[in-house]
Design a protein around this ligand. Structure first.
Ligand SMILES: [Zn+2]
Length: 149
């Protein structure tokens, strides 16, 4: 019995550098630019259409784009994840208030900008209020509820 060769091939289009999968019996036309592949560059052979699909979509994401995408996700997570707010609060409470233990919205915004923290100042203050760390004074001013006993 002859060994069956895989039913699908992955071709790299010589005209537009697009990877595409095809059944080994179908035509060698690139689905993206339509170019008929005279000397098809067979990148891979697979025997299952799901594998083919995954491989093709993976190959068509350029490597640098993939890293870029991952980095962007990581950065936005680091800067906007509410969990990090909890880590940030002690830092903010230490750094932002003046010598009287008072903090205003403007100072907090300046601090956030300086540290490249992309969180909403009001949200931070709200959280501090809920946590019982800040007491609202007149206007846009808050006082630290002292932790020293
Ligand atoms: Zn093409």
């Amino acid at each position: 019995m002859a060994k069956e060769t895989p039913s699908y091939v992955v071709i790299l289009c010589g005209d537009c550098n697009f990877y595409f999968g095809k059944h080994k019996k179908s035509k060698f036309n690139c689905p993206r630019c339509g170019a008929l592949q005279q000397n098809p560059q067979i990148f891979s052979r697979v025997d299952d259409s799901n594998k083919l699909h995954n491989l093709v979509s993976e190959l068509n994401i350029p490597e640098e784009l993939r890293n870029d995408f991952r980095d962007k996700n990581k950065n936005s997570l680091q800067k906007n994840n509410p969990d990090n707010l909890i880590d940030l609060i002690p830092f903010i409470i230490n750094e932002v208030p003046n010598s009287k233990g008072e903090l205003n919205l403007l100072d907090l915004n300046v601090f956030l900008k300086k540290n490249n923290i992309k969180l909403n100042a009001r949200k931070i203050i709200e959280t501090c209020e809920i946590e019982g760390l800040l007491l609202r004074l007149d206007g846009e001013k808050w006082k630290i509820i002292s932790e020293s006993l």
